[in-house]
Unconditional design. Structure first.
Length: 123
C-alpha cells in the first residue's frame, strides 16, 4: 500500500531521498485523516529546519495540522503547484511533494520507517 522507495515518520510524513536531497510530503493515511485539503502554508527557500521542527501547516475542511521536518535540512525548493492546488494531496499523496531539502545530517534517516513498519503503525 505504501511505496517502498519512500521512508516514513510516525507523524505521517514521507521522505524520498535522492543523493543529498530529500523531498517531503504527507502519507495517504494522513490525507485520509485530514479530509479535503484546502490550504498549505510552506516555508521559503533557504530556510533551515532541524529534524522534528514544524516546517508548515496543512488545512483541511476538518482541521489545521502542523507539518514536521523528518530530517534536518535546508529548503532548496517548494512545490508551488501543490500550494496552488492543495487538493492534489488528496488524489496523489505519495507523488505530491511539498518541499525539497538539502540533507544536513544523513544520520537523521536512521530513525525513519520503511513501508512495512509504517503500514504496521497505521493499522
Amino acid at each position: 500500500m505504501y511505496p517502498s522507495d519512500l521512508k516514513y515518520t510516525k507523524d505521517h510524513e514521507w521522505v524520498r531521498v535522492t543523493g543529498g536531497e530529500a523531498r517531503v510530503g504527507i502519507t495517504d493515511y494522513a490525507q485520509k485523516q485530514l479530509g479535503d485539503v484546502v490550504y498549505l502554508e510552506l516555508p521559503d527557500v533557504g530556510r533551515v529546519f532541524n529534524k522534528g521542527e514544524v516546517f508548515g501547516t496543512i488545512e483541511s475542511v476538518k482541521a489545521v495540522s502542523e507539518l514536521y521536518s523528518p530530517i534536518s535540512g535546508e529548503v532548496t525548493d517548494v512545490n508551488k503547484a501543490i500550494v496552488e492546488k492543495p487538493e492534489a494531496v488528496n488524489t496523489s499523496p505519495h507523488e505530491s511533494w511539498m518541499i525539497a531539502l538539502k540533507i544536513l545530517d544523513p544520520a537523521d534517516q536512521q530513525d525513519l520507517l520503511d513501508a512495512a513498519q509504517y503500514t504496521d503503525l497505521t493499522r
